[in-house]
Design a protein around this ligand. Structure first.
Ligand SMILES: [Zn+2]
Length: 244
């Protein structure tokens, strides 16, 4: 049986060495969703295509669909990733890892592709911590994992002022329902969540953020994601190692 070839624009999320000469990578494509693939011979210096397979590179790629895993036929550069310092790279890795964890292979979702391209583009010009958190808020919405933040998940009372957040129940818990297991979820953090979901990556407008609200929202969302995917996020440990 011959395998079918297809072509798509992709952004690389993750690259690993594979066997002696190959690379295993995961990309998100415009029309085919997430694609894990093998690039045979990509670690040889003479293979141009192999050199281009780098995290956050934008490529025009030809692939063969495989039974278990697709493989790259060839690729051309659309754009190399912007120069990133270690902090920007660490936050970009969080976006990549969360995308990989929340999406299924070969389920097309062009708005996720656009989101990833936009996030990586503005990461180097804006606060990478906020861009990453905003991208994650948007990803949760686009993948259908968005937590409930406008009403109590227990009694459906509309959110008013400071509240709590239940990772297990996936949303806001009001003062009256809260039991002691929940995380604090201040009105400021609730507002920040809405602002980050709405942030326009094509024209990001400045807004003020209180450090406490930001930390609270990060804690809520990262714990919520880890609970949903049932495994730790390696990129978060890396951020912690950097002291970020
Ligand atoms: Zn309640």
């Amino acid at each position: 049986m011959s395998s079918t070839a297809y072509q798509d624009e992709v952004i690389i999320l993750k690259v690993k060495d594979w066997q002696t000469a190959d690379k295993y990578a995961v990309c998100f494509s415009r029309a085919h969703g997430k694609i894990p693939f093998l690039a045979y011979g990509a670690r040889y210096a003479r293979t141009t295509g192999g050199r281009l397979i780098q995290p956050f590179a934008l490529l025009d790629m030809q692939l063969y669909s495989g039974k278990r895993l697709d493989s790259m036929k060839s690729c051309e550069l659309i754009a190399m990733p912007q120069q990133m310092d270690i902090k920007q790279m660490a936050y970009a890795s969080v976006i990549a890892e969360v995308t990989e964890a929340l999406t299924e292979a070969h389920e097309p979702q062009e708005d996720i592709y656009e989101l990833l391209v936009g996030a990586v583009q503005i990461l180097s010009r804006n606060n990478p911590r906020l861009v990453a958190l905003s991208a994650i808020c948007k990803l949760l919405v686009l993948t259908g994992f968005a937590p409930v933040y406008d009403a109590c998940v227990n009694c459906a009372e509309a959110a008013e002022g400071d509240a709590f957040f239940s990772v297990v129940q996936g949303g806001l818990i009001c003062e009256a329902c809260h039991g002691g297991e929940e995380l604090p979820f201040s009105s400021g953090a609730q507002k920040l969540l809405q602002e980050l979901i709405a942030l326009d990556f094509n024209d990001p407008q400045p807004f003020t953020v209180r450090g406490g609200d930001l930390m609270q929202l990060e804690q809520i969302l990262y714990r919520f994601i880890v609970y949903q995917i049932d495994k730790p996020l390696k990129s978060l440990s890396f951020l912690a190692q950097l002291g970020l």
